[in-house]
Ligand binder design. Structure first.
Ligand SMILES: [Zn+2]
Ligand SMILES: [Zn+2]
Length: 267
């Protein structure tokens, strides 16, 4: 498998390693391309970039592009959240993601603290994972339009903790999830198969789950394999599994970023 990753975090947001350390790790692991996707600005968030960080990020990734031009194709993208202000630079690509739910006019993070998520489900949705999912997916359908996404990030990230919390996904859950995913296929943007939660020890399988991947496949959607990497040692974590699941569903190609835009290559 030609190794690429277009979902990479660094110390400019909540990553563990510097951008240059990520580049060196990618070269060592034989990657052909590495795309950075710093978290877009979000107020009162410990894991996103500030305005100052975003300026530093853009400058540093462009410095690395030149410095390592003969060893690795480097791209400077952004992971744009649905609640962020417009990004500051002309990025190579945009991953559109939703990390927060809105309840009674307030926003709550859904992937950075497992105990908080449990509390939100209980307090706001009467303990119903389905009602929580409905709230999430009804807004997610707008992710491409709102973020100007080129790639749709981790569509079912709200299932991040289901394995460790023993939550079983019901037919009602899939009703909301499948409806949103089907609608998103109309945007003709690749959906990422995201192995990030495997690297962090929360899941044994990537997002989206097989049922949602099937909906993407049946509706003519495409996929991209990314590790949503926050740690230089996890750059290709779960890639073999992601590739075999994609093939099992029926996909024979995956999307990658190139200097001339997004292109499909064989899996
Ligand atoms: Zn994300
Ligand atoms: Zn991310």
């Amino acid at each position: 498998m030609i190794k690429t990753n277009f979902h990479t975090h660094t110390t400019f947001c909540d990553g563990k390693h510097s951008a240059e350390e990520m580049v060196l790790s990618a070269i060592e692991k034989g990657f052909t391309a590495l795309g950075f996707s710093g978290h877009s600005q979000i107020k009162n968030s410990f894991w996103s970039m500030t305005e100052e960080k975003e300026i530093g990020y853009y400058k540093e990734i462009n410095r690395l592009k030149d410095k390592y031009a003969d060893k690795l194709e480097i791209f400077c993208g952004i992971e744009q959240d649905m609640v962020s202000p417009p990004f500051m630079f002309n990025y190579d690509y945009v991953i559109g993601s939703k990390h927060r739910i809105k309840f009674n006019g307030e926003y709550y993070g859904i992937d950075s603290n497992r105990e908080d998520v449990k509390r939100y489900i209980n307090e706001f949705f009467g303990g119903s994972f389905e009602k929580y999912a409905k709230n999430y997916y009804e807004d997610l359908v707008n992710v491409v339009e709102v973020t100007k996404a080129d790639i749709i990030g981790h569509v079912d990230i709200l299932t991040k903790y289901i394995e460790v919390d023993n939550i079983v996904l019901t037919d009602e859950y899939y009703e909301y999830a499948e409806k949103a995913v089907k609608q998103l296929t109309l945007a003709k943007k690749p959906f990422e198969i995201n192995t990030g939660a495997i690297g962090r020890g929360y899941r044994t399988t990537p997002y989206p789950d097989k049922k949602l991947l099937k909906i993407i496949y049946e509706n003519g959607g495409s996929i991209m394999i990314n590790s949503d990497c926050h740690d230089k040692d996890k750059l290709d974590c779960g890639y073999d599994l992601a590739q075999s699941i994609a093939k099992e569903i029926g996909f024979n190609k995956r999307a990658i970023i190139t200097k001339s835009g997004i292109k499909l290559i064989y899996l």
